[in-house]
Structures are given as structure tokens and as C-alpha cells.
Write a protein that binds this ligand. Structure first.
Ligand SMILES: Nc1ncnc2c1ncn2[C@@H]1O[C@H](COP(=O)(O)OP(=O)(O)O)[C@@H](O)[C@H]1O
Ligand SMILES: [Mg+2]
Length: 231
């Protein structure tokens, strides 16, 4: 489904942010990408989104060469991908319901569909009781679960979650990871980045380790060992 072929990204002449990455992710997988701060995790996510271009190499999403997508094709392409960020990026002047509805409006979905679908997404992330709340009235964990509801509402094929638990306490972190597992069980591919060992310990899923821009380990059932990424 997703394939990085010899992908290199140098933001400047002397930086080596991402160096010769080869990585395939199949439909339905749950892949964690771990590594220290600055290892290149966010750069990989942004390359996959087509936000930045590789210095060398190719990125494939099904039969699309992401780098070759025209500007006019990008919105359609990005609709196939749901994104979750560390800092939530919610609309603070809109309720939980409206935050999710807004993503459906942007995708051209009808009011009938919105009324039918949003409650299901809020239920999936355990926020039915918060539908009328504004983000400021919600905890960090609740805000991130809302961001996940928004990310999945248009039924993307893959969810990219870039350090989604970076601002959360351990209980909220567990809840967010459980929801990502549930979404994966329902058939959506999940790519999760984190620098936090405990997040991927116990997941029992594939773990890819980056260090200084290089892929140094790809374990089918991984554990994230601190010494492998902090050199
Ligand atoms: N826009 C940018 N311009 C220049 N260097 C960047 C930019 N974004 C990231 N980098 C550099 O690329 C490297 C990888 O960063 P990043 O992908 O954000 O790592 P991570 O998400 O693993 O913390 C770092 O050395 C960072 O300083
Ligand atoms: Mg990052």
C-alpha cells in the first residue's frame, strides 16, 4: 500500500534528516515508528503527505508516485489519509460535534450524512457525552480522541498519528492507543510515531526504529529499546 524506496530528505546541504529509507506498509498493518527527537519521524510523515519533496528516492501510495502528484491532485490524495498531531489542531470555537462535522463538510458530504455519521465517530472514541462541549472544556486525552474522530470520519485508508500521545498523561495515552488499535481492527492501516518506549511496549505490533535519519531496525513484533535509538 505504502512504499518508501531509497528515500532521502536533506532540508539543507549539510543535513541528513532522512537517509536512504526503504519501508513498505501493507493495507491493514499497524506500524509504530520510534526514534529519538530529530530522528526523522515527522519528516517521513510529511513526505508521505506530499507536504515536502524527497531529495532522492520515491514514495508510492498504491500506484501513485506521491512526489509526482499535481497540486490539483493533492486534496483528493490527502482525503485518503487521516492525520492526528501531537497538538490536536482542533477548532476551538466549535463544539466536538462541529469539529467532526467540519471535516465532513470540507469533503462535500451532505447534512444528512453528517447527522448520521458524526455520532458514530464520537461513540467510537468515547465522547458521546461531550458532543456539545468545546475543546477548552475537554481534557488533553479527550481532545486527542476528538482529533481521532475527525481523522477517521471520512473513512481514510490510513491514519498517520504523529506523536499523538506526546502531550498526554499515561492514562490518556493508553486510551488513545486503545482507540488506534480498535480503528486498526476495523480495517484501517495505522502508522504511529512516538519517542516514548512505553507506548509501543505491549502493543505486540510491528516497530520500525529510526536513528539519525536511518532505519536501523524493523521488527515484526517489536519492543522499543531505549539504547537502540539514543546513541
Ligand atoms: N523545516 C525544516 N528545515 C530544516 N531542518 C528540518 C526541518 N524540519 C526538520 N528538520 C530537521 O530534520 C531532522 C528530523 O526532524 P523530524 O523529522 O522533525 O524528527 P522527529 O519527528 O523524529 O523528531 C532534525 O534534525 C530537524 O532539525
Ligand atoms: Mg516529530
Amino acid at each position: 500500500m505504502i512504499r518508501f524506496e531509497h528515500v532521502t530528505k536533506h532540508y539543507t546541504d549539510d543535513d541528513r534528516s532522512v537517509e536512504d529509507i526503504n519501508l513498505s506498509v501493507h493495507a491493514g498493518e499497524f506500524v509504530s515508528i520510534v526514534g529519538h527527537s530529530g530522528a526523522g519521524k515527522t519528516t517521513l510523515i510529511r513526505l508521505l503527505l506530499g507536504e515536502i519533496k524527497p531529495t532522492a528516492g520515491n514514495i508510492w501510495f498504491d500506484d501513485f508516485d506521491v512526489d509526482a502528484l499535481k497540486r490539483s491532485q493533492l486534496p483528493m490524495y490527502r482525503r485518503r489519509i487521516g492525520v492526528v498531531f501531537q497538538d490536536f489542531r482542533l477548532l476551538n470555537n466549535r463544539t466536538a460535534f462541529e469539529n467532526v462535522a467540519f471535516a465532513m463538510e470540507a469533503a462535500g458530504r451532505s447534512d444528512d450524512e453528517i447527522v448520521a455519521d458524526v455520532p458514530h465517530a464520537l461513540e467510537l472514541v468515547g465522547l458521546t457525552h461531550k458532543a456539545r462541549s468545546f475543546p477548552q472544556e475537554m481534557s488533553g486525552g479527550e481532545r486527542q480522541r476528538l482529533a481521532i474522530a475527525r481523522a477517521i470520519i471520512n473513512q481514510p485508508e490510513v491514519i498517520l498519528a504523529d506523536e499523538p500521545t506526546g502531550n498526554l498523561d499515561p492514562d490518556s495515552t493508553r486510551e488513545v492507543i486503545e482507540i488506534l488499535k480498535k480503528i486498526n481492527d476495523l480495517g484501517t492501516t495505522v502508522i504511529l510515531t512516538t519517542h516514548n518506549k512505553s507506548v509501543v511496549d505491549g502493543l505486540g505490533k510491528r516497530v520500525v526504529t529510526l536513528s539519525k535519519g536511518r532505519l536501523v531496525k524493523d521488527a515484526a513484533v517489536g519492543r522499543y529499546h531505549h539504547h537502540e535509538t539514543e546513541e
